[in-house]
Design a protein around this ligand. Sequence first.
Ligand code: TRP
Ligand code: ZN
Length: 879
Amino acid sequence: MRTDTGQVFRLEDYRPSDYLIPRTELSFVLSPDATQVTATLAIRRRDQRAQAAPLVLDGDGLDLRGAWLDGKPLPEADYSATSDKFILHSPPEEFSLTLETVIVPSKNTALMGLYRSNGVYCTQCEAEGFRRITYFLDRPDILSVYTVRVEADRKEAPLLLSNGNPVENGDLGGGRHYAVWYDPFPKPSYLFALVAGDLGVVADRFVTASGREVALGIYVEHGKQARAAYAMDALKRSMTWDEEVFGREYDLDVFNIVAVSDFNMGAMENKGLNIFNDKYVLADEETATDADFANIEAVIAHEYFHNWTGNRITCRDWFQLCLKEGLTVYRDHEFSADQRSRAVKRIAEVRTLRAHQFPEDQGPLAHPVRPRRYREINNFYTATVYEKGSEVVRMIRTILGAEDFRRGMDLYFERHDGEAATIEDFLKAFEDASGHDLTQFALWYHQAGTPNVSVTSSHDAIAKTLTLQIEQSVPPTPSESRKRLMHIPIAFGLVGPDGRDIAYSDADGAAVENGVIHLRKRKHSVRFSGVAERPAVSLNRGFSAPVTLSVEQRAEDQFFLARHDGDAFSRWQAFNTVMTEALIAASRRILDNREPGFSPAIAELAGAIADDESLEEAFRALALTPPGEADIAREIGTNIDPDAIFAAREALLRFVARANAERFQGAYGHLAKTGPFSPDAASAGRRALRNVLLDHLSTLPEGARMASEHFLSATNMTDRAAALTVLAHRHPSTPEAGKALADFEKTFGEDALVMDKWFAIQAAAPGPHAVETVKRLARHPGFSLGNPNRLRSLFGSFFSGNQTGFHRADGAGYTLFADTILDIEKRNPQVAARLATGLRSWRSLEPKRQELARQALVRIASTTGLSADLSDIIERTLA
Ligand code: TRP
Ligand code: ZN
């Protein structure tokens, strides 16, 4: 483990390296405890006229066994090597350097570099894992053409994969064999990959638009091939979609995906050889929920789309991470929207953004979409870089329109194919293709924080004008106290009494084009003329800008919009706002020992939505789901008491269920009738709605019995997991809950991915006893501290998904937090650091919890020998 050196990397310090590595030859002789790596690098001085600067290669924990220059042993005086650097003191202008290192995959618990997962050799090199394999200029602007030879035991590893196309393979005698791979596309080292092991395969083929035939392979644990069928289908759909929507074709003869069970993140886009966390590959109705299917589709698409946005055009440096990630998330969002329901997808995206990115942007870890400094790049694979990064691309499309956006993308591909680019290059392509000036807009990349837009409206019936007073402000964030004014595109509609958008004759006070108000100044007074009747104003339709919006509006307008807004997202938003406000008020009353006191209009509206057959089931399911406890806490902002929020939310569910008991029962029964299972969006929507109705109805008497029946009659994992959640969370001490948990364990005990759901559901069960539950489950034989999926399912669900349990008033949750994070860090700093973000919002807690949380953070901070990953997160969290 690399301990923290406190070194800070700054964007302004970027400078091209003195040397280039046009060709890289790697040879691996694989063995678990001593893998021999021989790298032969063709190296050339970038600037022929420059002085011979020393060549400094990156390493991390390496053990050098030999060094040759142009094939001759390198005299010891000519170089120096430590575990994390190789320096050649005065290199010639052009030469070949051969370095031999020995690494130990079986001891690699950090899961970066070459490691073993279930006996399979695999690699993870992004961001800086390649330097754990061999010495290299391990930075994304060094593009090299790789030839890779892999040698291994045939029995242990009949399958030998690397990037690019296969060129040769053969037997070596003594049970050994080898394969050679060649990738013609120059790539940065973070895209290198190797897999060797004994795996099953699902093979298929794809013919590209120009007639190139591609062999597709998805490699999984033997016997699990059937569970990879959906992933293969998603892959082929992704390939077609990228051709149709972005004009991008695949470029190699093969495309392989390997599923491994130990993986730090979701998946990795290595050229021609994507490596996946198996939870984003394996699915069938028995073992995966509809959410799992949707995630698989999205992650398969995401990694595939990286082939153009990330691989063919890569990043100049890690500050530009959003260049590939934000753009690729935008592309996978659009793909899912086209494959499923656009409106439902948009609502889901916004919920995710608010749940993950808003707290980041509004807390101590806030950073711009393109950061200017970092201590540990692993900690910048964030919701801001990914999700807000995607929103920024979406806004570019809103501002330019579909055609100019596509022209800009085409120009970007044309100009930068084969290069390592920057955000400036990306923006310039859109400016040049469209004639727009994106100077002010570029602040979305440079300035952290969620902008606030506040709006008041006034209608003048005599003058027939509607005036909106709009003001923007960006709150201060760490190290950015003064903020500049942003270009914020706010899509809107003026909804007339009949529910239809009314036309206006003119608008002044801001640029208003195609239903979008472009805010550029602090204040705008936008006046619409020809508006005879007072409309309800629908703002930020489709969530056109990632801002918080405060609209001074009559309550009846919100209710009206929740019934009539023509924009599905805004319609969902209106009801969500109604519920959020009611929940905040209720939690305050609960703290004063009063009744929560909800308005019957909420229950009435919920009933109307449940029955409204003109709305998709998935939409109704989302609309009927009250904001989560964390959402409510975020809206309250300070002095949070999680117990009061939880009580308010439970009370709302019960209130709505009581008022609609018959209606909900009817709809619930009706939705039970389905044909054979299909993971498609419409079928998933029906299950989602029925499960939301169950969530409501289970608050009523007989709730445990109903949930238990739901569990026992379930024919798929979506329904089974939904029922188990209701039982374990709402009726934990009933025999029904105990029986369902035991049943589940008995059926799926051998299936680690399914057991992750069992761990996660219990770890998220509300209430003070959750701390003990989590401690008990950590000793379960199915749990393992070494596997990131297990860690996330148990501790991730507890730290980030259990407001009342984790934030237990006596601080026991925080003690478990500190103990656990320090324990995990010893093996896997990257995963420990990510779990540690679970306390980033500690300052919004009420004072007693705040102090206890601070003590736990301080205890971690004062531990000696912390990794760069963890100390970076903890110090920023405490700062
Ligand atoms: N580039 C990967 C993606 O598509 C992210 C990723 C996978 C990653 N594994 C990683 C990032 C390990 C850092 C470390 O989103
Ligand atoms: Zn990505």
